[in-house]
Design a protein around this ligand. Structure first.
Ligand SMILES: [Zn+2]
Length: 96
């Protein structure tokens, strides 16, 4: 199976998961399931970027600056997310 097909399957599976989780989250009112749905939605973005990278590299081009930019944005968002989660934990610990 080619990398392109794997990336397309990844997009499709993440799309299916995020729609299912968001529907389940909003219909049950479960914030945890909604959050997981949002997580899966963001996984679609990373799958699309993977597909884009595979597509671009198959053309034999060097790494385009756009991909480096997207990689840097994703890394910064991830780091911010980790710090945000840690800060929320600290705040929750304070309120206990
Ligand atoms: Zn994920």
């Amino acid at each position: 199976m080619s990398a392109k097909i794997v990336a397309i399957i990844s997009v499709a599976v993440n799309l299916f998961l995020s729609v299912g989780k968001l529907l389940a989250g909003f219909s049950t009112g479960s914030v945890a399931i909604m959050a997981d749905g949002i997580h899966s939605s963001l996984d679609i973005v990373s799958s699309v970027v993977s597909y884009w990278g595979i597509q671009t590299s198959s053309k034999g081009a060097s790494v385009p600056t756009e991909i480096v930019f997207v990689k840097n944005v994703i890394q910064r968002l991830f780091i911010r997310g980790v710090f945000h989660a840690l800060r929320l934990n600290v705040q929750n610990a304070d309120s206990r």
